[in-house]
Design a protein around this ligand. Structure first.
Ligand code: ZN
Ligand code: ZN
Length: 138
């Protein structure tokens, strides 16, 4: 299936950004990886060990705590991670990261993900590879 072409294709005066600072990368079919926006080190992801990366309480957990108040299928945002489930952290030591910000990133928090494209497009056949059909007239 081919994706829907967006109107921004024709915007010739605007370059598509290949880096992006934020919690998650745009879902545009390209492959993204993240580095620490403060110091440029790699990021690793810490998964909440209370909810196991789910971001919510386990099935029946609230019901066990208080069967009168909760239903079996009730859940709340995990009290430890607040529903975030997993979060990035800079693999350099916090001290090093603090001491070595990239230019202009002195106020960026350690572990802020800066996304960059590692592959521009999802695998798609090249137009040049398509076989041209010839109408043979006799
Ligand atoms: Zn860092
Ligand atoms: Zn959690």
């Amino acid at each position: 299936m081919s994706g829907i072409k967006e109107a921004d294709v024709n915007a010739g005066n605007e370059q598509r950004q290949d880096t992006f600072i934020g919690e998650s990368h745009p879902r545009d079919g390209r492959e993204w990886d993240a580095q620490c926006a403060r110091c440029g080190s790699s990021l690793d992801w810490h998964q909440c060990d209370v909810c196991g990366g789910e971001g919510i309480t386990g099935l029946g957990e609230l019901y066990e705590e208080d069967p009168l108040w909760y239903d079996m299928y009730d859940y709340k945002a995990c009290h430890q991670c607040g529903g975030q489930a997993s979060w990035p952290y800079c693999i350099s030591s916090p001290d090093w990261c603090e001491a070595h910000p990239l230019r202009g990133r002195e106020k960026t928090k350690s572990g802020t993900p800066e996304w960059f494209v590692i592959r521009r497009e999802a695998s798609r056949p090249k137009a040049a590879d398509s076989v041209q059909k010839r109408n043979e007239k006799i």
